[in-house]
Write a protein that binds this ligand. Structure first.
Ligand code: RB5
Length: 146
């Protein structure tokens, strides 16, 4: 399974922490950067992660900026992407079975390393349930067509 990862300048350290964490769990990471502390624009990286998932290059995406909000908004503009921006594990966990999110974002300036790992674990370790949730997910995706 492949995970597309992207981040802005505020999250280079956090990206590397999470990259090592998911690689240890057996995932292959496609790292879209940035790997520089020089100021850059989060939409560039949010879009790269979103497109990699939407195009099937990656199974999931994880994108990190200062808050997780900007890069999450950017990734969610890509057709086919359902983002969850999470600062705690409970929401990350439920966003998989209920809403089938395919990109996770969070803030390197909001959560610490261990909380981030827990968020990622809950997100990756819980599968989409389908069933009654599918109608609602379909309704969400239909909004993209208007
Ligand atoms: C960059 O300073 C900051 O605005 C960005 O990382 C992010 O928090 C935006 O949502």
């Amino acid at each position: 399974m492949k995970i597309a990862m992207g981040n802005d300048h505020s999250a280079v350290y956090m990206k590397n922490v999470i990259k090592a964490h998911v690689e240890a769990k057996g995932y292959e990471v496609i790292d879209f950067g940035t790997n520089s502390a020089e100021s850059c624009d989060y939409p560039v990286y949010g879009e790269k992660v979103g497109r990699a998932v939407a195009d099937g290059e990656a199974d999931y995406g994880i994108a990190i900026c200062g808050t997780g909000i900007g890069i999450g908004i950017a990734a969610s503009k890509v057709k086919g992407i359902r983002v969850c921006t999470c600062s705690e594990p409970y929401s990350a966990r439920l966003s998989r079975p209920h809403t089938n999110t395919n990109v996770l974002t969070f803030g390197a300036r909001v959560v610490g390393d261990e909380m981030a790992k827990m968020i990622v674990d809950e997100w990756l370790d819980n599968e989409y349930q389908g069933g009654r949730h599918q109608r609602r997910v379909d309704q969400v995706m239909e909004i993209e067509n208007h």
